[in-house]
Write a protein that binds this ligand. Structure first.
Ligand code: IBG
Length: 223
C-alpha cells in the first residue's frame, strides 16, 4: 500500500494551496511538514529531494514531486479530475492556466509594497479578463468542461473564495460563477475543507511572510 501523502511547504497558502484543495476534493488524506527555518530547507537540499531547489514538494506514491503544475496534473489524472479525453483536457488546462495566472498575482500581494494598489489591479483583471471567460463557459453548464467536475472547477472555486475575502461583491455580475460556487461549497469534501480546523490555510499573515523570508534568506519584494 502506498504511504501517506506528505506536503513540504510553508504554513500558508502560497503555491501549495491549490494542491491542498485538489487533494481535499479527491478525498486524499495528507500530512504536512512546514518550513520555518533555513536549516530545514538546507536539509531538503542536501537530501536531494528538491529537483530545482524549490518548494512545493509532495511525497506521493514513492516519489518526491516538484513543480506545482506537474503535481496538480498528477493528482488530477490519478483521481479522475482531468476530463474524459484530450479535448476536454486541453480546455481544462486553458481554464486552469488562466486561474494559475490570477492566483499567482494574489499570492504576491503579501510581498508587495503597495498591497492596495496591487489588489485593485487584481480585481480589475479578474472582472474584466478572467471571470467573463468562466461566466460564459458556465452558461447552461453545471461544470466548466464536459458536464463533470474537474480540477478547473476546483481552482475556480479556490480563486473565487480568495477574491471574495478581499472583495465580497466580486461575483455580483457573474451569476453563473456564483451558482457554481454555491453548488460546489455543498459538496461534502468541499464543505469539510471549508470547516474550521481543516488543512485549508488562512489569508497570509506576518508569520507566514517572515518564514518565507527566513527560509530563503532574502527580502522578497514583488512589483
Ligand atoms: N515553477 C515552480 C512551481 O510552480 O512549483 C516555482 C516554485 C517556486 O517559485 N517556489 C519558491 C521557491 O522554492 C517558493 S514558493 N523559491 C526558492 C528558489 O530558490 O527559487 C513561491 C514564492 C513565494 C514567496 I510563496 C516568494 C517567492 C516565491
Amino acid at each position: 500500500m502506498a504511504g501517506k501523502v506528505v506536503l513540504h511547504y510553508f504554513n500558508g497558502r502560497g503555491r501549495m494551496e491549490s494542491i491542498r484543495w485538489l487533494l481535499a476534493v479527491a478525498e486524499v488524506e495528507f500530512d504536512e511538514v512546514f518550513l520555518t527555518t533555513r536549516q530545514q530547507y538546507e536539509k531538503l537540499l542536501s537530501d536531494g529531494v528538491l529537483m530545482f531547489q524549490q518548494v512545493p514538494m509532495v511525497e506521493i506514491d514513492g516519489m518526491n514531486l516538484v513543480q506545482t503544475k506537474a503535481i496538480l496534473n498528477y493528482i488530477a489524472e490519478k483521481y479522475n479530475l482531468h476530463g474524459k479525453d484530450l479535448k476536454d483536457r486541453v480546455m481544462i488546462n486553458m481554464y486552469w492556466d488562466g486561474l494559475i495566472d490570477l492566483i499567482k498575482m494574489i499570492m504576491s500581494v503579501p510581498f508587495t509594497i503597495d498591497a492596495t494598489k496591487k489588489l485593485n489591479i487584481i480585481q480589475t483583471k479578474a472582472k474584466e479578463r478572467y471571470f467573463p471567460v468562466y461566466e460564459k463557459a458556465l452558461s447552461g453548464q453545471i461544470y466548466l468542461v464536459g458536464g463533470k467536475l474537474s480540477c478547473a472547477d476546483v481552482m475556480l472555486l479556490e480563486c473565487v473564495l480568495m477574491l471574495e475575502e478581499k472583495f465580497p461583491e466580486i461575483l455580483s455580475e457573474f451569476p453563473n460563477i456564483k451558482a457554481l460556487r454555491d453548488r460546489m461549497i455543498q459538496l461534502p469534501a468541499v464543505a469539510r475543507f471549508l470547516q474550521p480546523g481543516s488543512k485549508r490555510k488562512p489569508q497570509s499573515d506576518e508569520v507566514y511572510v517572515k518564514a518565507v523570508r527566513e527560509v530563503f534568506n532574502v527580502n522578497l519584494v514583488f512589483p
